[in-house]
Design a protein around this ligand. Structure first.
Ligand SMILES: [Zn+2]
Length: 137
């Protein structure tokens, strides 16, 4: 059921993305609201790339320059919802440090795995060796 919920959330955000610039931007907000409710109902976290696309106060699907304003202020990326005025502040310096830490940890794990696989296959599972996302900037 969790899997179904996650897929439904994916679908809803894809729809929201499409409607946001289409004829009925109001529908995008509706899709966001539904996706959030499904996430809460089935205890499924929204992916970071989704949760930074909407307002946590009024569930507006954010379109840069239309209903959200982004400013860099004191090491933080501050996004203000132009509908309800709520601000979302994300430190970008720390985010980068965190992702650097994640990358270092991934490399360490990969090295440990290689050591453990002496004589065996040298391949490292995708989950460990996969690319590390970089955020902020
Ligand atoms: Zn808002």
């Amino acid at each position: 059921m969790v899997q179904v919920a996650a897929e439904r959330i994916d679908d809803l955000f894809a729809l929201a993305e499409r409607e946001a610039t289409g004829l009925q931007p109001g529908l995008a907000d509706r899709y966001v609201r539904l996706a959030r409710r499904i996430g809460m109902r089935y205890n499924v976290r929204l992916l970071p790339e989704y949760s930074e696309r909407f307002c946590r106060g009024c569930s507006t699907f954010w379109v840069e320059g239309r209903n959200v304003r982004t400013r860099l202020r004191q090491g933080r990326r501050v996004r203000r919802c132009l509908r309800c005025g709520r601000e979302r502040r994300v430190p970008f310096r720390r985010a980068r440090a965190a992702s650097a830490r994640r990358a270092a940890r991934g490399r360490r794990l990969a090295r440990q795995q290689e050591v453990a696989l002496v004589g065996g296959a040298r391949s490292v599972p995708e989950a460990v060796s996969g690319p590390v996302e970089r955020e902020g900037g």
